[in-house]
Design a protein around this ligand. Structure first.
Ligand code: 5AD
Ligand code: SF4
Length: 437
């Protein structure tokens, strides 16, 4: 009889890829994926704690499983990810949800197989969260779910300690995979037919820092030189480490997409300093200028936080001005979320919710207007799309161009994974609609 797993993922791309590794582990134990959690023999929650709402969301969903677990006694519930990695959170989870069978952290994902086997033969919950990040494990083979796109971890953890951010505490110090392992993974993915590779790290620019391995631009160049038609992307770049050499490598290698995600967080120098970002708005603009000098058509996307402690109207206006000046093609916008244990959590001048709400609405409206303007410029143009899937609701295929812009189109045949030329006929907000040519 088949056994099924279900994974609920919260948070960022890093977590999405980690869920693919969890899926790989569970399938090696004979489990198959199911879409409905009620059918699962093992339900895994891969959590995120970067903002309070992601954390609350996970807590809510785990709580909702109580009834199902009471009906399905043999079902295994496992909780892992950033949330469990916070000091004391595993105990809180265990007290609140005693029916959770396995609790593991970000540093011991690879031991999930062992934990499941252990749980199958004992009544007691298996709880293990390691404090230390340990060595990078190359043993977890992801079960990829996003063909034709594939993610490749290049670094884990972060050393930057931005004052608002919990990531360095839950993901540990920055460690880099060996370039040889990364390049071999890229080669294998290309040979399997993957068409878009995205290199992942909290700060890819500091890849291999302090080791004698190759630098990030050299790594990009080596992967871009592999045979085959594919696109290469990377995220995330910290502006302080974004170099002229990297801009040149993007310019010289057509397989590297002319689209860079460069989180700025704020346009106010005072707030940037309080965030410990280690650049000013002028430094950021200088990086943008260098990038545009070598790659004039490069689109830039960003992350922005409003309502950081002590942010004044003037600081917020500086953010609006910077957004206009750079002309971001889109942005992830966040309301500052106080994270216990970070430096900013202890700062005076926390901003009232209604002020942050007003600011984020204003910011979203500005970003959206820029996105719309840039979308409108596509109308009448023919662009190369990598088809990523089929939208059942619209009954259209969809894909993105190298700048990351989504386009929908009709096709009589299955074209997922193909590069196609699409003539854009209309634009609505962030997405485009066109016909195959
Ligand atoms: N509150 C709001 N946004 C945050 N981010 C990280 N920590 C916080 C926080 N405490 C955002 C940053 C980062 C992105 C991944 O999440 O913008 O770039
Ligand atoms: Fe968090 Fe800053 Fe590290 Fe990004 S660079 S993960 S925002 S500490």
């Amino acid at each position: 009889m088949s056994k099924y797993y279900h994974i609920t993922t919260y948070g960022c791309q890093m977590n999405v890829h980690e869920s693919e590794k969890i899926a790989g582990i569970l399938s090696s134990l004979g489990y198959e994926n199911c879409d409905n959690i009620e059918d699962a023999d093992i339900a895994v929650f891969n959590t995120c704690c970067i903002r309070e709402n992601a954390e609350n969301h996970a807590f809510g969903n785990i709580g909702m499983l109580k009834k199902l677990k009471a009906k399905k006694k043999g079902m295994i519930i496992a909780v892992g990810g950033c949330l469990t990695q916070q000091i004391g959170k595993a105990d809180i989870l265990h007290d609140k949800f005693p029916y959770v069978d396995i609790i593991f952290g970000t540093h011991n994902l690879g031991k999930l197989k062992e934990y499941v086997i252990k749980k199958q033969s004992q009544k007691k919950s298996v709880i293990e969260v390691l404090e230390s990040e340990g060595e990078i494990s190359e043993n977890e083979k992801p079960l990829r779910t996003s063909y034709p796109n594939a993610w490749i971890n290049i670094t884990y953890g972060c050393n930057n300690f931005c004052t608002y951010c919990i990531v360095p505490y839950v993901r540990g110090r920055e460690r880099s995979r060996k370039s040889e392992d990364i390049i071999n993974e890229a080669k294998e993915l290309i040979s399997l037919g993957y068409k878009e590779l995205t290199l992942l790290g909290q700060n890819v620019n500091s890849y291999a820092n302090g080791t004698d391995d190759i630098t990030f631009p050299e790594l990009l160049k080596k992967i871009a030189n592999l045979d085959g038609k594919f696109r290469l992307r990377f995220m995330t770049s910290h502006p302080k480490d974004f170099s002229e050499e990297l801009a040149k490598v993007i310019a010289e290698n057509p397989k590297i997409c002319n689209a860079v995600h460069l989180p700025v967080q704020s346009g106010s120098d005072r707030i940037l300093k309080a965030m410990n970002r280690r650049y000013t708005s002028a430094d950021y603009l200088k990086k943008v200028e260098i990038l545009k000098k070598y790659v004039p058509d490069c689109t830039i996307t960003t992350d922005l936080i409003v309502g950081f402690p002590t942010e004044s109207d003037e600081d917020f206006n500086d953010t609006l001005s910077l957004v206009k000046e750079v002309g971001f093609s889109s942005a992830f916008t966040f309301v500052y979320s106080k994270r216990e244990g970070t430096v900013a959590a202890k700062m005076d001048g926390q901003i009232p919710e209604e002020v942050s709400k007003k600011r984020i609405m204003q910011l979203i409206s500005l970003v959206n207007s820029q996105t719309r303007e840039q979308s409108a410029e596509y109308v009448g143009k023919t662009i190369e799309i990598l088809c990523e899937g089929y939208d059942d609701k619209k009954q259209m295929y969809l894909g993105r161009d190298e700048y990351g812009r989504m386009a929908y189109f009709y096709s009589d045949t299955d074209v997922v994974g193909e590069f196609l030329n699409v003539k854009i006929e209309s634009a609505s907000g962030i997405s485009l609609t066109g016909t195959l040519v």
